[in-house]
Design a protein. Structure first.
Length: 82
C-alpha cells in the first residue's frame, strides 16, 4: 500500500494527519509506505484544492480535514490487501 499525505510543511493539520496516519499504519500492522508530499505542483496536479489530503494507492480518500483515528483506521483497513 502506498499512502501519501499532501500538504504544507508548516501546516499544523497536515502535520497532524501525517502523525496520525503513521501511527494508524503501525497499530494496524499494515504493509505500507507513507510519504509526505509538499510540492505544490504535485498537489495541484492531483486535483487537491484543500489540504491536508490523504491519497491511498492513487485514490484521494480525504481532503481538507484530519479524520478521527477511528475513521482513518477504517479507511486504511478497507483498502489493505491481504
Amino acid at each position: 500500500m502506498h499512502i501519501q499525505i499532501l500538504g504544507g510543511t508548516h501546516c499544523s493539520p497536515c502535520v497532524a494527519l501525517d502523525r496520525l496516519t503513521r501511527r494508524s499504519v503501525a497499530e494496524l500492522g499494515l504493509d505500507a509506505t507513507v510519504e509526505k508530499v509538499t510540492d505544490e505542483t504535485v498537489i495541484l496536479a492531483a486535483g487537491i484544492l484543500s489540504i491536508p489530503a490523504l491519497v491511498v494507492d492513487g485514490t484521494v480518500v480525504v481532503t481538507g480535514r484530519v479524520p478521527s483515528s477511528k475513521e482513518l483506521k477504517r479507511l486504511l483497513s478497507s483498502r489493505a490487501t491481504t
